[in-house]
Design a binder for this molecule. Structure first.
Ligand SMILES: [Zn+2]
Length: 158
């Protein structure tokens, strides 16, 4: 298990378009394992490769149903609308209100380069779209309505 350092907003790596993965090399396999470990270590719902400084089209998500590995994900379909609080491990301690589709269907490959589709509503749709945005160099702050605010962790724990 290896925890990678998370890049924070202001780091150029978060603004770049990531390259597709052609094959799962040992290096990519280790990266995926480390990304899952890092997501859990920091209690994130998702993590994209550029957030650990790697410009590859890889993201991991866990909305409470186990880890989802997304290699070369592409959005096939979205519908509806949801507005809610969003945060990002690359902007610790902050959150803001973002409107996104309520449903998303995504085509991707898993850690064995097997094709699959994942679809979800609400938090899963939000996580899928948030992480895929990272792969094109976009942060949720570009979509925030109103101001970012501080997350009060103490209050959440109480
Ligand atoms: Zn993020």
């Amino acid at each position: 298990m290896a925890i990678r350092q998370i890049r924070v907003q202001g780091d150029d790596v978060l603004t770049k378009v990531c390259r597709p993965v052609k094959e799962i090399t040992p290096r990519i396999a280790t990266l995926i394992e480390d990304m899952v470990d890092t997501m859990y270590e920091y209690d994130g719902v998702g993590l994209a490769a550029p957030q650990v400084g790697v410009l590859r089209r890889i993201a991991v998500i866990d909305v409470g149903d186990g880890p989802i590995v997304l290699v070369n994900p592409e959005v096939l379909e979205t519908s509806g609308s949801q507005t809610g609080e969003e945060g990002c491990l690359s902007l610790p301690g902050k959150s803001g209100q973002v409107t996104r589709p309520n449903y998303a269907k995504v085509h991707a490959f898993n850690e064995n380069m097997e094709e699959y589709e994942v679809e979800g509503e609400e938090l899963l749709a939000r996580a899928l779209l948030h992480e895929i945005d990272h792969l094109d160099g976009h942060m949720y702050t570009e979509k925030v309505e109103g101001n970012l605010h501080d997350v009060n962790y103490e209050e959440e724990e109480a």
